[in-house]
Design a protein around this ligand. Structure first.
Ligand code: GCU
Length: 138
């Protein structure tokens, strides 16, 4: 098993912009989703083996309104209506976990906003891969 970090600012972004004007992000910034339904961030993640993995999305939502998103893996919805509730300020980041099934090798993970408010600000995706070992050093 392995835990890998994938920054949002390195992902594919549709209807959003990379920004760094709120403190507390990791890497070089975060993605500010446009305030529109359908805006998304898509990562390519690699799993050592097929199986269950935990996806952790680190986000901030400085409003008091949930900004739900659908999480799709390889084009299929893995979780819908995932809540990204208000975190108090745009500088306050929290984690949301989603359990999914990954294929061995490359997978796409897309987080798509489903309301006109768009998504929260997203800092990164962490993948805890439940896959098996591939060598004696692991
Ligand atoms: C503010 C905030 C942005 C955020 C936006 C929003 O403009 O500074 O970081 O993305 O609100 O409501 O989505």
């Amino acid at each position: 098993a392995a835990t890998t970090v994938y920054q949002a600012e390195s992902a594919t972004v549709s209807q959003g912009v990379v920004e760094s004007n709120h403190a507390g992000y990791t890497g070089t910034g975060f993605v500010n989703y446009d305030n529109v339904s359908g805006s998304y961030v898509q990562w390519t993640v690699t799993a050592a083996a097929a199986g269950t993995a935990t996806l952790t999305v680190r986000f901030a939502n400085g409003t008091t309104t949930n900004r739900p998103m659908t999480i799709a893996v390889n084009g299929a919805t893995a979780a819908s209506g995932v809540a990204f509730n208000g975190t108090g300020t745009w500088d306050t980041w929290q984690d949301v976990n989603v359990t999914v099934t990954l294929n061995a090798g490359a997978n796409t993970v897309r987080a798509t906003a489903t309301t006109a408010n768009g998504g929260p600000n997203v800092d990164k995706l962490t993948v805890a891969d439940g896959g098996g070992t591939s060598g004696p050093s692991m």
